[in-house]
Design a protein around this ligand. Structure first.
Ligand code: MV4
Length: 453
């Protein structure tokens, strides 16, 4: 059993992991950048070590600094959280070679699933449905044109090393395809050091459905249901929920079984999320697998009563899963709003700065995961998410009512946040009817502009 863990992250997720460790009687070591000296995760951990400058490349992404901190603090394991080094197979290998347990999947699984074209090919072999597309990376304009002709427009160009919507380009005709192909390659090279791209048929306004799985080192694997993450703007998710609204029992079953199949195909260990698109004809397609704990994990936790971070730590300790598939119960509907320090009235520009006052919601069926407090300075160097509010109930309507009430209670000054915008979404008739797709937010923003004009 671990007695001390280092958390290689910051913000709300570092706080979340420290909470799990406390309950398990595990000592915690925080690492922090010079911009995060006064951060809540630093106050909450047993120990804290400064690992460098504000810029992430010099701190939270700085592998030698983090490993040195782990050695100095003499920890047995590192939890990477999400983002930063969470899906970096090289970092996991270095942890291994230093006899520090990386709390996550094996490096080979991360490498395989990190190559989005190879991931496609791997799960295709075990029978998962894929969006029609190229089998491997496309390296010439001629080949790109040939594939697009076969698929029919529109098509989407994705970076092999990408994921999460980074570096994607949509093309509606041959002319646009050539320029999109060239830009996609250049951007992929700049962002990931790998210019390789692949092409898929573009699905219009799909629902973005993902399945949470967990797998232990003894070959046991269970799914914890799905989440709908369609409410997003520019690939930043704003609202996530479980169960996905208007998904038939049969389709849900098929998607969850497919997710297990995908994870089994790579002999997966630890937590993972398998992403799917569901189109207007109720067809579903695998798109990618994320090999980490996700931001939106709390909705699954509130719906099932399973603490995913504790499970992750138990799995890393070599323990067996605490429950079988039949024992997993889906009790509640849960909704999460990501609270970003951004101004929705000003094109969502980041709104960092000092928080003078903050009141978090409370009461029945509300959870707040946040590192914000009165007096905290939101630094401009990192992601703008300052916390998450989760509400749940016996059905979606109850969960939505709780969420709306919680958003009303939430108050923060003087920084701007997305909360009021999320309130608008959740109180909209289309959302309440469960009529959501990935175009939802853009449509809402467009309709508002027309009203203003
Ligand atoms: C797609 C798609 C449509 N067709 N793939 C976004 C996240 C990443 N994991 C994959 N994503 C998408 N992949 C095909 N073949 C639509 C999305 C998508 C999206 C695309 C453009 C603009 C906004 C989007 C929001 C959610 C999903």
């Amino acid at each position: 059993m671990f007695s001390k863990i280092l958390i290689a992250n910051r913000g709300e997720i570092a706080v979340r992991i420290i909470r799990a460790c406390r309950e398990m009687g595990i000592q915690t070591v925080a690492v922090y950048s010079k911009a995060d000296r006064d951060s809540l995760h630093v106050k909450m951990a047993h120990d804290a070590i400064c690992i460098g400058n504000a810029q992430s490349s010099e701190s939270y992404l700085n592998i030698p600094s983090i490993i040195s901190a782990a050695e100095i603090a003499d920890v047995e394991a590192i939890h990477p959280g999400y983002g930063f080094l969470a899906e970096n197979p090289h970092f996991a290998e270095i942890c291994d070679s230093c006899q520090i347990k990386f709390i996550g999947p094996r490096p080979e699984s991360m490498r395989l699933m990190g190559d989005k074209a190879l991931a496609r090919e791997t799960v295709r072999k075990v029978g998962l449905p894929l969006v029609p597309g190229s089998k491997a990376a496309i390296s010439s304009q001629e080949e790109a044109l040939k594939v697009a002709k076969k698929l029919g427009y529109p098509v989407i160009i994705k970076a092999k090393a990408g994921g999460g919507g980074k570096g994607m380009k949509i093309a509606h005709n041959d002319g646009k395809l050539i320029s999109a192909f060239m830009t996609a390659r250049t951007e992929a090279e700049a962002a990931f050091g790998d210019p390789e791209v692949y092409i898929e048929k573009y699905i219009e306004n799909p629902r973005h459905i993902e399945v949470q799985i967990m797998a232990d080192s003894h070959g046991h694997i269970v799914h914890l249901g799905e989440r709908d993450c369609s409410i997003q703007r520019r690939h930043q998710k704003l609202i996530e929920e479980t169960p996905a609204p208007s998904l038939s029992k049969k389709l849900r079953q098929k998607i969850c079984e497919s997710a297990i199949k995908a994870a089994k195909s790579v002999n997966y260990e630890n937590l993972g999320t398998i992403e799917f698109l569901v189109d207007e004809k109720e067809e579903f397609y695998f798109i990618e697998m994320n090999t980490r704990l996700q931001v939106e994990h709390p909705v699954t936790e509130m719906a099932t009563g399973i603490d995913l971070v504790k499970e992750q730590i138990r799995i890393a300790q070599g323990e067996k899963l605490a429950c079988t598939q039949d024992e997993v119960q889906f009790r509640y509907s849960a909704i999460e709003c990501r609270i970003n320090a951004e101004d929705p009235l000003n094109d969502f520009i980041p709104s960092p700065g000092k928080i003078e006052t903050v009141t978090f919601p409370g009461g029945p069926n509300v959870r707040v995961d946040s590192h914000a407090y009165a007096g905290y300075l939101v630094p401009p160097y990192y992601d703008s998410m300052i916390g998450k509010i989760i509400g749940w109930g016996r059905n979606r309507q109850e969960a939505a009512n709780v969420m709306l009430r919680a958003l009303d209670e939430f108050d923060i000054k003087p920084i701007k946040t997305t909360a009021a915008f999320q309130r608008k979404i959740i109180s909209s008739p289309a959302f309440l009817r469960g009529k959501i797709g990935t175009n939802f937010v853009d449509k809402l923003l467009k309709s508002e502009k027309i009203v203003e004009a």
